[in-house]
Ligand binder design. Structure first.
Ligand code: FES
Ligand code: FES
Length: 193
């Protein structure tokens, strides 16, 4: 029985992944929604139930947010909506309309990384990188409200994020380093960034 359930979930997951990767919005595009994404006002045509993740990736070409499980179980799709972490794999675009959405692309650039990105680079916190945009978005939400988190604070904040490469310890250390960089201010010289 458990095997049948697992097989069904696996098929469903593959189907959802294909819909997101290939374009959920190939259905009726009868509605338009306006969101502010990384400070830019964007109007998109989509079915209202379309996951925000599909809109970000397929309509706005922001590929940094990842599809992992589609079930609020891995955190790879995490974005900020009005400053709070939100699973973009399950949040309907109509629920995000009129709100401020921040993705990993809104944090920094390769030439001018955000201190969180710089800390992850400095500590080489990650392996394949699939989980990292969600991890860094979560770190941003944490450090915006708690500039000096303890290690248990960081572990608790990242608890909903999975890393299949097992880079958790370096990721936690990178968040600690990011907090240090942010407390030091913009004049900080960042090693490896
Ligand atoms: S893809 Fe959204 S939580 Fe896994
Ligand atoms: S670095 Fe590979 S999943 Fe986290």
């Amino acid at each position: 029985m458990a095997g049948a359930v697992a097989a069904t979930m696996s098929l469903w997951h593959a189907h959802e992944l294909r819909r997101i990767e290939m374009g959920w919005n190939d259905k009726d595009m009868t509605d338009t929604f306006t969101l502010v994404v990384n400070g830019r006002r964007e109007t998109v045509a989509a079915d209202g139930a379309t996951p925000l993740l599909a809109v970000l990736r397929n309509s706005l070409d922001l590929k940094g947010s990842r599809h992992g499980c589609g079930l609020e179980q891995c955190g790879a799709c995490m974005v900020l909506v009005d400053g709070a972490p939100a699973y973009s794999c399950t949040l309907a675009v109509e629920a995000a309309a009129g709100k401020q959405v921040t993705t990993i692309e809104g944090l920094g650039t390769p030439d001018a990384p955000h201190p969180i990105q710089a800390a992850f680079l400095e500590l080489q916190a990650g392996q394949c990188g699939y989980c990292l945009s969600g991890m860094m978005i979560e770190a941003k939400a944490l450090l915006d409200t708690n500039p000096s988190p303890s290690r248990p604070d960081i572990v608790a904040a990242l608890d909903k994020h999975l890393c299949r490469c097992g880079a958790h310890l370096r990721i936690i250390k990178a968040v600690e380093r990011a907090a240090e960089l942010l407390r030091q201010g913009p004049a900080t010289t960042v090693k490896g960034a």
